[in-house]
Design a protein around this ligand. Structure first.
Ligand code: LMR
Length: 395
């Protein structure tokens, strides 16, 4: 039976990251996968996570299953973190949440619940979007439409195009939005633009589905959630996929939450039941370790303050790197890279062709996606000039 299967092409992100790992060139630079790396090229463990882990090790008495909705301290902490402690929908009891295996699990459970409610719903995705959105959500059985989002010529959001396309989204449709730090382009909506999307959702009746995998990596935890919170304050229903992979560095612990803002408390209960049933049929119970750590951090004022400080430092470093990379690229090439400084989060499109990205890999062992998406956080003091010279050489 299995003999009938064909070899699939490698994953466009994980495949290039693996190719870089296998490259023997000591000067190689991995700008592929979205992982924060410090100046020595290591993806560090947050000190707050380390402390929570020590506490957990001393106090943990069981490895029995978590319930399908996960750890309560974690899900309630995530609700406050994402929605804000003063969120009216929270006070009204019309929010339900389920712990998931990473932000991907949250996207999947969100899609499963949407499909249960409206199997014919169309999901509007930005052009471009994170490539994994399509198989992750599409394999539930939902159909896609796309809306214009990024203008390569200006390296910025094509908001007029976005609005024109989303005029066709109506009641029963879902619009997938990146909460902040757009992956792959790094170009975000401003608050006024989020307000226009809220107006449209109100008038046209579509449901926002917000992927917020990078809260805290653009301009801080509260600012990064401002657009999402605006939508939640104005709309009866919002579906959210949140992740602790990047902002707590819990990548391999698969720590995420699907959050459903519902019309009323009774509906929030029904939605939670649907989410738990979806979890049961897909993976049964979520993994515990990362959520128990995050739940401890979010439930302990001292640990939370330590973590927020570490995250702010990380965010400031990424934004500083954006300026340094812009300067290095401009000096090496004479071209304009100002856009890198205006974008937010880990990613930027350098504006190179797939052919140029290939040359960078083959001639310089500088690895970026074929779309020329780079992980800005993969740049450091030791490789920045090398990267800039390599890019200049293929321009
Ligand atoms: C990325 O876009 O590089 C990250 O979100 C990691 C992944 O799973 O693709």
């Amino acid at each position: 039976m299995l003999q009938a299967l064909e070899q699939l092409p490698v994953d466009p992100i994980l495949g290039l990251s693996a190719a870089c790992r296998a490259d023997p060139n000591p000067d190689k630079v991995d700008l592929t996968i979205g992982i924060y790396m410090d100046d020595s090229g290591v993806c560090p463990v947050f000190e707050a996570v380390r402390r929570a882990q020590l506490e957990l090790e001393q106090e943990e008495v069981t490895k029995a299953y978590l319930p399908p909705a996960g750890d309560e301290a974690f899900t309630s902490g995530m609700q406050r973190l994402v929605l804000g402690a003063d969120c009216a929908a929270l006070a009204d009891g019309r929010v339900s949440s389920i712990q998931t295996p990473g932000g991907c699990g949250a996207l999947r459970i969100g899609a499963e619940v949407i499909h249960a409610a409206a199997p014919g719903a169309r999901v509007w995705v930005s052009d471009p979007t994170w490539p994994v959105h399509i198989p992750l959500i599409g394999s539930v059985g939902l159909a896609f439409e796309s809306y214009r989002y990024y203008q390569p010529a200006t390296h910025s959001v094509d908001f007029d195009g976005m609005v024109a396309d989303l005029r066709q989204a109506g009641a029963g449709d879902v619009v997938l939005l990146h909460g902040c730090c757009h992956n792959p382009c790094g170009a975000d909506l401003d608050l006024e633009q989020w307000g226009v999307i809220a107006d449209m959702a109100e008038a046209q009746g579509f449901t926002p589905f917000i992927d917020i995998a990078y809260q805290g990596l653009a301009d801080g935890l509260e600012t990064d959630a401002a657009g999402l919170r605006l939508l939640v304050s104005r709309l009866p229903e919002v579906v959210i996929a949140a992740s602790c992979s990047k902002n707590m560095g819990l990548y391999r612990e698969r720590t995420g939450a699907a959050i459903f803002v519902c019309n009323d408390a009774a509906n929030a209960g029904a939605v939670l039941g649907q989410a738990k049933a979806a979890a049961r049929r897909v993976y049964s119970m979520p993994p515990a370790h990362g959520a128990l750590l995050a739940g401890r951090i979010l439930g302990n004022a001292e640990l939370e303050a330590l973590w927020r400080g570490e995250l702010d430092t990380m965010c400031a470093r990424i934004n500083g790197l954006r300026g340094e990379l812009r300067a290095a690229l401009e000096q090496a090439s004479g071209a304009d890279f100002a856009f890198i400084e205006h974008e937010r989060g880990m990613f930027s499109f350098l504006g190179l062709s797939a052919q140029q990205a290939l040359r960078l890999r083959e001639e310089f062992s500088v690895y970026m996606l074929d779309s020329s998406r780079i992980n800005v956080a993969g740049v450091n003091a030791g490789n920045i000039d090398y990267v800039a010279r390599a890019v200049a050489a293929v321009l």
